[in-house]
Design a protein around this ligand. Structure first.
Ligand code: SAM
Length: 342
């Protein structure tokens, strides 16, 4: 662990930065604020009734803010809010504002399914959020209903358009591509990057939890990239520090970009700088490994900030060199994506 240079230490925390066994600096925390979602995407949530966390088991906002403050002292500089669907949680906009005000936190962003965006964009902007990631797997309302089990395409699309008009930038549109379901829309989705300054990102389906998706639906990045040739040549765009694992490209004269998030075909583990906080208060070193460390228990027992910082260090120590999900070995990660926080 590297010593921090900061001299102010109001929390009496160890002056150490989070660096794992493989010398990766962990400066990015994904925070799931709820496991509840108002959609039920077929690749994310199993069909039928699902058991959500009782409200009392979900971390309170003040507690999340305390955990983030500790993380920031240990070198976390970027936080993404996710879920479940973060915008279904009451009080989210006030929370986002308080999160953004944390000293030392350089970047706060939000991942949403877009259903509740349109009428809340002003509040999101007032909370200091400038960048949005919105899930959009299809441009066809019927298919949207089949994929998400809800008839809400137009709300999502209107939300995306309004966010664009209001100047949110970049707007990243995340599409999980599944064979026989939305692979016929790869070109249409990519075309959005010609017309709008959107970053359209194609995500490889990961076998997480019991979503009921059968093997064989996964389409890997090389195949997607290949089909994009029809639209023209792709030129690589250099990643910046806040980009994360997407490989970025641009078509000639396009206003936006296309990107690929290839957790299966192209391990980006060597550059992984993330930890995850689940809605139930577990700190996870990796989305794709079933290891997690409890913060909620220690919090309830009144532990001090420095004890909670120890949980961060322990989680960092358990971060594996790489995940072991592969198409040829479709081992499953237990738990739903919506519960862990995608
Ligand atoms: N509700 C928000 C949303 O829809 O963006 C945030 C949570 S959602 C779990 C976050 C992201 O995870 C979405 O872009 C979704 O498409 C992606 N996702 C969910 N299950 C996945 C899976 N099995 N493989 C790959 N991506 C998945």
């Amino acid at each position: 662990m590297r010593k921090l240079h900061s001299s102010d230490n109001p929390l009496f925390l160890p002056d150490m930065e989070l660096v794992d066994t493989y010398r990766r600096h962990l400066n990015y925390l994904r925070v799931s604020v709820t496991d509840r979602c108002n959609l039920q995407c077929i690749y994310c949530i199993p069909q039928g009734r699902i058991k959500n966390l009782p409200h009392a088991e979900v971390l309170r906002y003040e507690v999340i803010l305390r955990i983030v403050r500790i993380g920031v002292h240990l070198g976390i500089s970027k936080v993404r809010i996710t879920g479940g669907e973060p915008l279904v949680r009451k009080g989210i906009y006030g929370f986002l504002g308080k999160l953004n005000a944390i000293k030392g936190l350089k970047d706060v962003s939000l991942t949403t399914n877009g259903t509740l965006l349109k009428n809340n964009l002003k509040k999101i902007r007032e909370a200091g959020i400038k960048r949005l990631n919105i899930s959009l797997d299809t441009l066809d309302p019927d298919k949207f209903r089949r994929i998400t089990r809800h008839d809400r395409f137009s709300e999502v699309w209107d939300g995306i358009m309004k966010a664009h008009e209001m100047g949110f930038s970049p707007i990243k549109l995340n599409a999980v591509i599944l064979r026989g379901i939305n692979d016929d829309e790869i070109l249409d989705l990519a075309r959005l990057s010609l017309e709008y300054p959107f970053h359209v990102r194609f995500i490889e389906y990961m076998p997480i939890g019991d979503s009921g998706i059968i093997n064989g639906k996964t389409i890997l990045t090389p195949e997607i990239k290949n089909s994009l040739r029809e639209l023209g040549e792709l030129t690589a765009v250099r990643n910046t520090v806040i980009d994360g694992p997407a490989q970025r490209f641009r078509f000639e004269n396009a206003l936006g970009e296309v990107g690929f998030i290839s957790a299966i075909s192209h391990h980006f583990c060597h550059t992984c700088n993330r930890l995850r906080l689940t809605a139930s208060g577990q700190l996870r070193p990796c989305l794709l490994a079933d290891t997690e460390f409890d913060l909620k228990g220690p919090l309830r027992r009144g532990y001090l900030d420095r004890d909670l910082a120890e949980v961060f260090f322990k989680t960092a120590r358990f971060k594996q060199r790489e995940h072991h999900l592969a198409v040829s070995h479709p081992s499953k990660v237990a738990g739903r994506m919506s519960a862990i926080g995608g």
